[in-house]
Design a protein around this ligand. Structure first.
Ligand SMILES: [Zn+2]
Length: 326
């Protein structure tokens, strides 16, 4: 039994024509696809996040290794939107609190495919390790040991929050561990961010593959084998593979069917109004001195956007505060 509910009518086999349509429609933009297998109950969410990772790098002036860390977290948060209802305002926040030099890592994504996030230390210097004869960023060392927390805001009542220890620090494995321990969903997760010589993001993406209720043992074994032999997802994207191509590789030996599509973007919901509220919360004396200094810039942690408040605007806030206290 496939647990597809009312979305069954959207199922489309990934034929050559469908793949061409996807290419023409999305071109070089970031997007994700949800795919299932026709013959068995397997599901995968595969995303390309190159552009949004590059936007995050520019907005936060991230060092190369900080780019790789935040890029993985942003991609991971988007993969975790699998836990949400498609297309809604529901949100998931991924918080990684490790003792490594990058410090706190936060990424928040909603079910519409919008993501934002930051790292505590954007200028952390790069250090590498050698793996299979190749020099790689040592992400685990940058993140360190600590706790990974996922907060799900489903739009009703208190958000659901659950934490697991950081088991690897490479982020993808940690998300898989969270899904198994906290959500009881055995999953294979792969995430990669390729940073070029100049620090620019050359390719980024990820996948989350899982058996649905009723999947056969044979299908689960095959899925595991396919995922194990899959090259790093960032190399696949770098060589021009698209989410649908990667889904086919994950589902090798099955017929891959397209269930849903999602455009992905770096987007923050901050505004001058929200920034103004944080000023409003400041003591009167502090506002008076900011006014004398010629105004103040309030920076949004999540996206790096700065909102300037002139002395006149601070005066307005002071007047509002007066009203509130009388
Ligand atoms: Zn913002």
């Amino acid at each position: 039994m496939r647990n597809l509910g009312s979305r069954k009518e959207f199922l489309k086999e990934l034929t050559k024509d469908v793949k061409r349509d996807l290419r023409n429609y999305f071109q070089d933009r970031d997007y994700g696809i949800i795919a299932v297998t026709r013959e068995d109950a397997l599901r995968a969410f595969v995303v390309r996040t190159t552009n949004l990772c590059e936007i995050a790098r520019l907005r936060h002036k991230l060092s190369p290794i900080a780019t790789a860390v935040l890029g993985r977290a942003l991609t991971g948060a988007l993969l975790l939107t699998s836990l949400l209802k498609h297309g809604t305002e529901q949100r998931v926040l991924l918080r990684i609190e490790g003792d490594g030099p990058v410090g706190l890592v936060v990424a928040e994504a909603n079910a519409k495919g919008e993501v934002r996030g930051f790292v505590q230390n954007p200028d952390v210097p790069t250090f590498t390790k050698v793996e299979n004869g190749r020099k790689k960023f040592d992400i685990a060392k940058a993140v360190g040991k600590g706790v990974l927390t996922v907060v799900k805001d489903l739009g009703f009542g208190t958000p659901y929050e659950s934490s697991v220890p950081i088991v690897s620090g490479e982020i993808a494995q940690d998300i898989a561990y969270y899904l198994l321990k906290s959500e009881q969903i055995p999953s294979a997760v792969g995430i990669g961010v390729l940073v070029g010589e100049t620090g620019k993001v050359e390719a980024a993406g990820g996948f989350l593959a899982q058996p649905l209720p009723g999947a056969s043992e044979r299908a689960i074994d095959k899925l595991e084998k396919n995922v194990k032999s899959l090259p790093p997802v960032s190399s696949l994207i770098k060589e021009g593979k698209r989410p649908e191509d990667i889904a086919e590789m994950i589902f090798k030996g099955f017929t891959t069917e397209l269930l849903a599509l999602k455009e992905l973007s770096f987007k923050c919901k901050c505004s001058k109004e929200v920034a103004g509220r944080s000023l409003f919360a400041m003591p009167k004396e502090e506002l008076e001195s900011l006014k004398k200094e010629g105004g103040v810039s309030i920076k949004c942690n999540f996206c790096g956007e700065e909102y300037f408040f002139s002395p006149e605007e601070i005066d307005e806030i002071l007047k509002e505060k007066e009203k509130g206290t009388n």
